[in-house]
Ligand binder design. Sequence first.
Ligand code: URA
Length: 244
Amino acid sequence: MTRDRTGVRAARQMVQAGQLLGVDFVALPARESAPPAISESSGAAQAPAACSKQALLDALRKRHDAQCPHCTAATAHSRTVFGEGNPDARLVFVGEAPGAEEDKTGRPFVGRAGQLLDKMITAMGLNREDVYIANVLKARPPNNATPTPAEVMNCAPYLAEQLRIIAPEAIVALGAPAAKFLLDTTEGISSLRGTWHACRLENLEIPVMPTFHPAYLLRNYTPDARGKVWSDLQMVMKRLNGEA
Ligand code: URA
């Protein structure tokens, strides 16, 4: 694709972004060339080949399904939802727990909140296949209840291991349970969002941008809430584009 066509595509994505998220601000990317595909490694030290990360994730999934103290004891779900996406993703989205649609399909974020997340990903100029999507809990809680500290303590170490394998350049924490676990904090999402934080996993430190959960956004579809999420996502895009 030529640089011109790439520029047009980027501009169209930004216009769509404004339309999709209901935000007036439509900024064109300042750089001349297209950003690297999100799946391309930007570091000098190349990550292991995709298949080896995928193999590690596959092995982790098997271990999780056999051993997770939360998911093996839980009874309200019909299947676990491990997470899915590009094992070499530069960006990972972390949500709370599977809902009804996710429980039916075994895939994260495929219900109404997932459709909004898809729009957010598109608005960022990315595809779902570029990123990785996972949750704090891998089994649907009864009545979609907020995860309890005990549930998080039992299940979320598998998320931490997923993140160590993928080692993305950034994580978007969707909602309070994800932000609280990743940042080991009790602070609320309203005060956490809008600034970068760090998720520390042994010798790995991954930048985290907390933002409102798409389900919250669906319930509070106000210009203010949408504007805040869009502003958070723009900070993520800038970071991935090496502009911040
Ligand atoms: N909400 C979440 O937090 N995760 C999903 O997978 C779906 C809805």
